[in-house]
Ligand binder design. Structure first.
Ligand code: HEC
Length: 633
């Protein structure tokens, strides 16, 4: 099929050449010299509406899955539209536009002028922490998965909260992440101190009791996941390990946030660290994901060369021990796209979950996403077992063959860089869980965006033991970010967003309890719908964020901003709080809640922590960290 975007980009380039001849300067140079305050030169005197029609209308005027319709942009606001072009998901679509043009486009779509950033205040604690505080609780949650096996279950000792307390939970404090449109980095907590990342790349040490800040550290780019806390230079201190949206990995001192080392283990420019790096022994296992799926929407881009995988780094100095790639090295396929750009494969199979450690078998497990180009490999949408010592791929179990997909496919099927296999993009996004059956056998539990949960046998190279399709699945469907294990039950949240594209689509969003012996559903609690009138499509009642359990209770949030505690024996809702609103925070700044998405809740020392606000995928923005405790004390 014809790729309309490519042709439009050519028209703009052509206009550039003509103006360059007439105005005697080279087009690229003229544009590069323009600053937002300069008078607008003739060549730029193209209106926001014209720019929109040239560059954006093909995807945003029509029923393109996930691409927000034009009418949504005023809700998003011009600042968000501008950010999506400058350093967000629309960079490729806005490539070559000047800052003046982008601003004009954003103000046209957002239907008001850009408001300059007003910094939210940060309230520092009166006295800085000088190491382990006296009299503080010794309880800790040191990683995203709460255990090497990624069970996301918290013991009653650590939680400090029982099922009977849950009904009394009240807001204790709210913290506004400054300069943030989303809040998705799950906090970790050690000895009364919270460590958390944020949208603008700042890492915060916060006091668990009051939410005041001890120190901050600035990473280069957004930190999306939970930090990992562990030993560094044994006698000295411990370190916090994490990655950012630009592919950097860091170790900083837990006492004062000083940088210990920084490295970029994977040299692909589009590398993103989305899943939480896993600390085990003296190694940090870093999952490698990317934004190349978005770069591929530009038909001038040579698609695709990113390989997902896991990098093992020394915790001491960050040196790379090995990288285990999920695909072979990409090579030219001999085919070209509609713009005559050569295509490369295999690519993709990114890892955007936190690795799961199997200490007994000396290996780790990760789930992979789709391939970015055709032909697909047999390692996409798969569980991989990787040797902890040398990175060797020991076995893999693929849930879906021939799933090659990237953002170019949004414009209605193959063309440009959309691979011939054209999806359906049903990744394994959530970390797998290593569990133990009553008869002593181990079992690997996993879930897909296709809506299936399944179990593999770690002693038989990942043979399938059972599978149960509990959701309909889709681009934002099925199991998304993280499940939890509670006794003999796997608890899974199902997202199943209905984009209204297929009139026959029926989603089954909600929470499910599954017997890990046979995969049968114990109970199903359909998602309640808290979306106010007129708030769709940004509001949706799908449940996508990672979930967490304490004995007897499961905590889970929704795209619509509701945050619930469920009874583990029946699925009944014991407590609920709607976070999609504004909050007065401890610093006096007003914070806003929105969608709960990505990482999940943390329960420690009687305090329940949850982030609210998510701007990716056109969810409801926000920038708040909320702390609850029984009676708000
Ligand atoms: C090839 C199709 C395509 C084109 C062309 C395109 N977009 Fe998008 N856009 C999308 C899709 C798909 C999404 C949703 C991405 C996701 O999953 O989050 C999106 C999301 C967005 C968002 C929301 C970003 C967020 O953080 O959620 C904004 C704002 C946006 N686009 C603006 C633009 C502008 C401005 C242009 C023109 C310069 C443009 N888009 C061109 C497909 C396109």
């Amino acid at each position: 099929m014809i790729y309309p975007i490519g042709h439009r980009i050519n028209v703009i380039k052509y206009a550039c050449v003509i103006s360059a001849v007439l105005i005697t300067q080279s087009c690229g140079k003229r544009i590069a010299n323009v600053s937002p305050t300069d008078p607008i030169p003739l060549v730029e005197a193209i209106s926001g509406e014209e720019l929109y029609n040239e560059r954006c209308a093909d995807c945003h005027d029509g029923p393109v899955a996930r691409a927000p319709h034009k009418i949504v942009f005023p809700l998003l606001g011009p600042e968000h539209v501008l950010a999506s072009m400058n350093d967000g998901i629309m960079q490729a679509q806005a490539a070559g536009l000047t800052q003046v043009q982008k601003t004009r486009l954003a103000e046209y779509l957002g239907e008001r002028p850009i408001q300059r950033n007003t910094e939210s205040k940060l309230l520092f604690c009166d006295e800085k922490s000088d190491g382990v505080k006296q009299g503080m609780s010794a309880t800790e949650i040191r990683s995203w998965g709460m255990s090497p096996e990624n069970t996301r279950s918290i013991s009653s000792d650590i939680a400090g909260l029982t099922k009977s307390d849950v009904g009394q939970l009240e807001l204790k404090w709210a913290f506004a992440y400054p300069n943030a449109k989303q809040a998705r980095s799950q906090p970790i907590v050690s000895q009364g101190e919270i460590f958390v990342g944020s949208h603008d790349g700042t890492i915060y040490s916060l006091d668990l009791e009051t939410g005041c800040a001890n120190w901050t550290f600035n990473a280069d780019s957004e930190v999306r996941h939970a930090l990992s806390l562990g030993p560094w230079e044994h006698e000295k201190s411990e370190a916090l390990f994490f990655g950012d949206n630009a592919g950097n990995v860091y170790a900083i001192d837990r006492l004062d946030g000083e940088l210990i080392w920084k490295t970029r283990p994977n040299d692909h420019p589009d590398t993103v660290i989305t899943g939480s790096p896993k600390l085990y022994g003296d190694k940090l296992y870093v999952p490698l994901s990317s934004k190349e799926w978005a770069s591929a929407a530009n038909p001038a881009y040579g698609c695709c060369t990113f390989r997902g995988g896991v990098a093992a780094l020394n915790t001491f100095d960050g040196a790379t021990q090995w990288i285990s790639y999920s695909t072979d090295e990409p090579a030219p396929t001999g085919q070209v796209n509609t713009e005559n750009v050569p295509l490369m494969a295999p690519s993709g199979a990114p890892v955007w979950n936190s690795p799961t450690i199997d200490a007994k078998r000396n290996r780790l497990y990760v789930g992979t996403g789709e391939n970015y180009s055709s032909p697909a490999s047999d390692t996409s949408d798969a569980v991989l077992a990787i040797d902890l010592e040398n990175g060797e791929l020991l076995w893999h179990y693929q849930t879906l063959e021939k799933d090659a997909w990237n953002m170019a496919c949004y414009v209605g099927g193959p063309g440009g860089n959309c691979p011939s296999e054209n999806g359906p993009d049903l990744d394994i996004g959530a970390s797998v869980i290593l569990a133990n059956l009553d008869d002593g056998r181990d079992i690997i539990l996993a879930g897909t965006k296709g809506g299936s949960v399944f179990a593999l046998d770690p002693d038989q190279s990942g043979v399938l033991l059972w599978e149960n399709k509990i959701g309909s699945g889709g681009l934002a469907g099925g199991v998304h970010w993280g499940m939890t294990l509670l006794n003999d039950s796997l608890i899974a949240a199902i997202a199943d967003t209905d984009f209204g594209l297929d009139p026959d689509y029926q989603g089954f969003p909600g929470l499910y309890s599954i017997d890990i012996d046979d995969g049968k559903v114990n109970w199903h609690s359909p998602a309640e719908d808290h979306c106010p009138e007129g708030s769709r499509p940004m509001c949706d009642h799908g449940m996508s964020a990672a979930i967490t359990s304490i004995p007897g209770v499961i905590f889970a949030g929704s795209y619509d901003g509701s945050f619930m505690a469920y009874d583990d024996s029946t699925g009944a809702i014991l407590w609920k709080f709607l976070t999609n609103r504004s909050f007065e925070t401890i610093s006096g700044a007003t914070a806003s809640g929105g969608s709960i998405e990505g990482d999940g809740p943390v329960i420690i020392d009687g305090t329940v922590l949850i982030n609210s606000g998510y701007s990716f995928g056109t969810r409801m923005q926000g920038n708040v960290l909320l702390a609850f405790s029984a009676d708000g004390n």
